[in-house]
Ligand binder design. Structure first.
Ligand code: CAA
Length: 296
């Protein structure tokens, strides 16, 4: 596999493009607007600069990696030579199904079609294509250049050969892939989201404050971020939508999203990306400041 197309140039898409380009693959990055693609290239360049500053990437390797990334606003053009397509568009079922119908039409017949979805069924996505055996989940974690895991999700029809190729490819990206089956939330979010939801319930019920809850989990369980900070980092809307997939998929009330989370998302407080969630974020500052409504 030499030529990789990445659909969507947001946080996950540009991180995935970064990692493939850094490891010698030609990357076609596709998005709907040129300005999204320009922003993605600048983000990749800045993130590679961190690696150059740390000495884990040379300036020449950075330049070579960036030169391997081409950008496209036409999906048809962007995937026509792909051996693998990794879709990292917005987490919206109708949008993903539409993209996969088009990928099936425009990507070479032998190309593997992967989705970076965090919770949408791979089996359902595969079913809108004529090549369900070649559809698979490739779930990277944010920040993609830093996190070692790729959750490789086998849909109901995914072939063993395709799974093996994606496991091997993930290793070539210096990642540690883990193979899982396609059930709601897969493994990562089936375990992570109930923990985040429980942290929000703990706050909602007044058991402890934002900093206290996060400190318990950071110092007590050695998590790099507390669950409320992590929820802000992932996006509260994304957490809510994954919890809804778990709740609906298993029909079990233990996955019901906390009403506080629902209210925050409905009010537009979605975490880092909107500047406020459980914490308030100021551009350029690394300080962790509890949002005024949650401070004592
Ligand atoms: N690109 C490249 N390098 C990056 C980076 C990026 N986007 N972001 C951070 N880094 C590097 C930094 O340069 C730094 O490198 P060194 O260790 O070589 O110094 C290192 O990562 C640590 O970064 P910082 O010093 O800026 O900050 P930190 O120590 O607070 O770490 C963090 C930041 C890596 C994000 C850490 O807080 C962490 O691991 N948090 C948890 C992340 C997590 O759980 N992610 C999974 C979310 S769930 C998900 O993604 C899936 C889903 O479906 C919801």
């Amino acid at each position: 596999m030499k030529s990789i197309s990445v659909i969507g140039s947001g946080t996950m898409g540009n991180g995935i493009a970064h990692v493939f380009a850094q490891h010698g693959y030609d990357v076609s990055l596709v998005d709907i607007k040129p300005e999204f693609l320009e922003k993605a290239l600048s983000t990749i360049s800045k993130n590679m600069d961190r690696q150059v500053a740390k000495g884990s990437l040379s300036q020449e390797d950075k330049d070579a990696a960036l030169s391997r990334v081409s950008t496209f606003t036409s999906l048809e053009e962007g995937v026509k030579h792909a051996s693998l397509v990794v879709e990292a568009a917005t987490e919206n079922m109708a949008l993903k199904l539409d993209i996969f119908r088009q990928l099936d039409q425009f990507a070479p017949a032998d190309a593997i079609l992967a989705s970076n979805t965090s919770s949408i069924s791979i089996t359902k996505i595969a079913a809108v294509t004529q090549r369900p055996t070649q559809v698979i989940g490739m779930h990277f974690m944010n920040p993609v250049p830093v996190m070692k895991l790729v959750e490789v999700i086998c849909g109901y029809a995914t072939s063993n050969e395709v799974t093996q190729r994606i496991m091997e490819l993930s290793q070539k990206l210096s990642k540690d892939p883990v193979e899982v089956n396609d059930y709601p939330g897969f493994v990562a979010n089936r375990i992570l989201m109930p923990m985040i939801n429980e942290a929000i319930y703990t706050l909602f019920e007044g058991v402890a404050g934002v900093s206290e809850i996060d400190t318990v989990m950071k110092l007590g369980m050695a998590h790099p971020m507390g669950p409320l900070q992590l929820a802000d980092f992932i996006g509260l809307d994304v957490c809510l939508s994954i919890l809804r997939v778990l709740h609906e998929g298993f029909g079990n009330p233990k996955y019901a999203p906390c009403p506080l989370l629902v209210n925050m998302v409905e009010a537009g407080y979605r975490g880092v990306k909107t500047g406020e969630g459980f914490y308030r974020y100021t551009a350029g500052s690394k300080d962790l400041v509890v949002a005024p409504r949650f401070s004592k």
